[in-house]
Design a protein around this ligand. Structure first.
Ligand code: ATP
Ligand code: MG
Length: 344
């Protein structure tokens, strides 16, 4: 069966939006608007899988929304909303909790990383995070999901859940006139030179919102001075830049900075090295700072302007939520019939 092509993706309002979110997700979100109907979600239900201060969460939700719009997402042509306004996400997630197997979730590396050593004390929500993510995507029967490399495993799980639902309920799906499959198997879109931006302090760790050191990341709200300082202090090795990509092997910090440069300049690592091969890091870092400030300063200004008008942001979210819910409710109605629930 052919499914209508549709893009879904989300970003958590967990604070400190950073360059990894920008290059790994937001830039892709913007580009896909040309070719697909897109749904971009501020996933606040995901955020509370770890503690969020109730007095700060509304600001974090509005800040991610502002970042979406400031980057160039058009909330009129596409859909922008926060997850908790569309209850169907949580409803479908419950059904998926009953489709997914414990063994599948036990393999998820994000849970292991985020729960750390004290697994007994992690929330049940953190463990079930991937089934909610599958519901986010599949409640719109979305076919394409732009994400960073770190979400690849969760996307594979979403495909497994869709497949198992289609198999387990196959007879009912056919009986209700949906053909052989009710859910598409969503495809991850993970491409380009910056699918996994690493910490500026440690080239083996993902750049992340929650890293204790602010010097590990470039925040989208950093001003030019902060950006310059962080890049100047970014860890490197003593060698000059290589002339070819192969020379970046076993040099994770160099590889990371070259990847960031390539993504910002919309080119490849090879092209960047053709220009900077043989250069010292001091020269390369100066060029990288210029590029970063040139890209992020206007974005930063636009985010501030939008955040100053929370009523506008809330209006965008309400309008998006209403349109999203229209689509989600249709899916849930069909799912209830397929599962065998009696409903109005
Ligand atoms: P948290 O630490 O709260 O999980 P996060 O920085 O991982 O925060 P998310 O909201 O979980 O941010 O992810 C939003 C999007 O950004 C996802 O598509 C994710 O794959 C992508 N992303 C996150 N970190 C990076 C990174 N370092 N490089 C590239 N993409 C990233
Ligand atoms: Mg994350």
């Amino acid at each position: 069966m052919a499914f209508k092509q549709r893009v879904f993706s989300g970003v958590q309002p967990t604070g400190n939006l950073h360059l990894g979110n920008y290059l790994g997700a937001l830039v892709k979100f913007v580009a896909l608007q040309e070719r697909y109907d897109c749904i971009y979600c501020v996933v606040d239900l995901h955020a509370i899988t770890v503690w969020q201060e109730p007095a700060e969460l509304p600001h974090a939700i509005r800040e991610v929304t502002a970042a979406f719009i400031a980057c160039g997402i058009d909330p009129k042509k596409h859909i922008v909303f926060n997850q908790s306004q569309v209850a169907e996400h949580a409803e479908l997630a419950w059904i998926f909790n009953c489709v997914a197997r414990m063994g599948w979730l036990n393999r998820m590396t994000q849970f292991k990383e985020k729960a750390g050593k004290d697994r007994e004390n992690a929330s049940v929500g953190l463990y079930a995070y991937p089934t909610l993510m599958a519901a986010d995507i599949l409640v719109y029967r979305a076919t394409h999901v732009p994400v960073g490399e770190d979400q690849k495993q969760h996307l594979e799980l979403s495909r497994d859940i869709a497949q198992k639902f289609n198999n387990d309920f196959g007879a009912s799906i056919r009986a209700h006139g949906h053909g052989d499959a009710f859910f598409p198997l969503p495809e991850p879109l993970i491409q380009g030179p910056a699918t996994r931006v690493m910490s500026l302090r440690d080239g083996t760790k993902k750049m992340s919102k929650s890293d204790a050191s602010d010097y590990s990341r470039i925040n989208l709200t950093d001003d030019a001075d902060a950006i310059a300082q962080k890049i100047r202090k970014a860890k490197t090795d003593p060698e000059p830049l290589p002339h070819e990509e192969k020379g970046l092997e076993h040099r994770p910090e160099a590889d990371n900075l070259v990847g960031i440069y390539a993504a910002l300049a919309d080119t490849s690592r090879a092209q960047v090295l053709a220009q900077f091969g043989g250069a010292q890091f001091s020269a390369f870092k100066a060029a990288l700072i210029d590029l970063l400030v040139g890209k992020l300063a206007p974005l930063n200004a636009e985010m501030r302007r939008l955040i100053a008008d929370p009523a506008y942001i809330d209006q965008v979210l309400a309008d998006g939520a209403a349109r999203a819910q229209g689509l989600a409710a249709e899916t849930m109605k069909a799912v209830k019939d397929i599962v065998g629930f009696v409903h109005r």
